[in-house]
Ligand binder design. Structure first.
Ligand code: ATP
Length: 237
């Protein structure tokens, strides 16, 4: 079943067209990756799905409801969450306060506490530092916190904007393991990445954006073997 269906989406910033006629589907239980060079429109696509920038044309359906005109908080209430580029952790707040922010829309307090315990189980580094300022965390740990915070919203679809950016190779591996684990637990994922090779390995399907348009889309192994993708993003050969 399609969980997210973007059809013919166009977005402009003033007179600059950032996305033109973009279509993409995330089926329930899938990891879908969006690839493309800087400025291709990847972040704009995630922002438009969340409702942070308006659609100029086209539609967005989530869990079979048309959400094209809904404000972001209603979309989040329906189960969408975005881990933005650069993580946006509040470094003066504690680890735990950051996590709680992710649950601010929830009223089911007992379930929130269970979720918090599950996140601490998953991320022992965060548990150890739960009462420390988030500024004490390394870049990789801050990315885990950003993902933990997003999990606190109990999403059906998690959108991640270049989560591996600036992380050490060890944390990049941990991050992709985590994405696989969360997906194994039933979470659907829309992943924007510059780390093309790793993203294609983790994904069930992939879309390549170029100058705001879909340049290629399909199965990751087919895309990985495509000479155009090889030349542009996989360093040739
Ligand atoms: P990056 O990897 O650098 O984040 P991206 O693929 O995510 O790139 P976007 O950030 O979505 O690309 O940008 C798509 C286009 O829209 C670019 O031409 C960019 O300059 C432009 N753009 C993005 N945000 C704005 C904005 N707030 N105002 C005007 N133009 C913008």
């Amino acid at each position: 079943m399609a969980l997210l269906e973007v059809s013919g989406l166009s977005v402009s910033y003033g007179r600059v067209a950032a996305l033109s006629d973009v279509s993409l589907t995330v089926n329930e239980g899938e990891v879908v990756t969006v690839l493309g060079a800087n400025g291709a429109g990847k972040s704009t696509l995630l922002k438009a799905i969340l409702g942070a920038v308006p659609a100029k044309a086209g539609g967005i359906a989530f869990a079979e409801a048309d959400i094209t005109r809904l404000p972001p908080h209603r979309r989040m209430g329906a189960g969408l969450v975005l881990v933005p580029e650069g993580r946006r952790i509040l470094i003066t707040l504690t680890v735990e306060e950051n996590l709680r922010l992710g649950a601010h829309m929830r009223r089911d307090t007992a379930a929130v506490e269970r979720e918090m315990a599950a996140i601490y189980d998953r991320f022992p580094n965060l548990a150890e530092r739960r009462h420390m300022a988030a500024s004490c965390l390394s870049g990789g740990e801050q990315q885990m916190l950003a993902i933990g915070r997003a999990m606190m919203a109990k999403p059906r679809l998690m959108m991640l904007d270049e989560p591996s950016l600036g992380l050490s190779p060890l944390f990049v591996s941990k991050l992709f393991d985590l994405i696989r684990e969360l997906n194994g637990d039933g979470l659907s994922v829309l992943l924007v990445e510059q780390n093309t090779g790793k993203a294609l390995k983790a994904a069930h399907s992939a879309t390549v954006l170029e100058l705001g348009r879909v340049a290629m889309a399909g199965a990751p192994d087919v895309l990985a073997a495509d000479p155009r993708l090889q030349d542009a993003y996989l360093g040739g050969g």
